[in-house]
Design a protein around this ligand. Structure first.
Ligand code: ITT
Length: 202
């Protein structure tokens, strides 16, 4: 069966393909499915926004299973910001170097205990029969003292996963995917997809 991933973010799409490798589903991006859509993410939680994206694409792709990812970074010392606004934080066109430096400056002088943060990822699925599922998983950790690493994307250079003294941008892709919010949420969703397939495809 075919799955369309409702994302326009190429870095997310790369991780999604890595994490879903070996599944019996054919995974295609929105672009590969010929869908070009600017979706207004006006929900107030990761879960709501993931569903908004999946439903918008499902409306244009009858018969396909549509998945969407809404994710972001919650910094406790910033009252959970940038949170659901992670992509829009300081403006869509502002570089991650500038966004990351801003967060480092906001946390200057705080101890490790005061620098706690997490990445969150909600994955929503909309099935051809209208069934919907949303799964959220977190990766706990903290904000480092400086940017480090070239892997990953977005806020990875300033995020130290719990138990690691390197940033998630310093981890090889397979290692980040093992512990990441996206890896955990997608592996849980993969189990739901297997259940769906065994119930619906003889
Ligand atoms: P789509 O809505 O098209 O999927 P987007 O980039 O707008 O793409 P989101 O609204 O979900 O996606 O915003 C997620 C942002 O959170 C993303 O742009 C990064 O800045 C950040 N983020 C999410 N997961 C991340 C990760 O694994 N590593 C680093 N930053 C991450």
């Amino acid at each position: 069966m075919k799955i369309i991933f409702a994302t326009g973010n190429r870095d997310k799409m790369r991780e999604i393909r890595e994490i879903m490798e070996g599944s019996s589903y054919e995974i295609c991006s929105m672009k590969e499915a010929g869908i070009d859509l600017d979706i207004e993410e006006d929900g107030s939680t990761f879960e709501e926004n993931a569903l908004i994206k999946a439903r918008a694409v499902a409306d244009l792709a009858p018969g396909a299973i549509v998945l969407a990812d809404d994710s972001g970074l919650e910094v406790d010392a910033m009252d959970g910001a940038p949170g659901i606004y992670s992509a829009r934080f300081m403006g869509h066109n502002t570089s991650y170097e500038v966004k990351n430096q801003y967060i480092l400056d906001r946390l200057a002088g705080l101890s490790a205990e005061e620098r706690t943060a997490r990445f969150a990822c909600a994955i929503a699925a909309v099935f051809p029969d209208g069934e919907e599922i949303v799964i959220r998983r977190n990766m706990e950790g903290g904000i480092g003292e400086k940017m480090a690493g070239e892997n990953g994307f977005g806020y990875d250079p300033i995020f130290l996963p719990k138990g690691y003294d390197v940033s998630s941008a310093e981890l090889p892709a397979e290692e980040k995917n093992q512990i990441s919010h996206r890896g955990k949420a997608l592996r849980a969703m993969r189990e739901k997809l297997v259940e769906y397939a065994s119930a619906h495809c003889q």
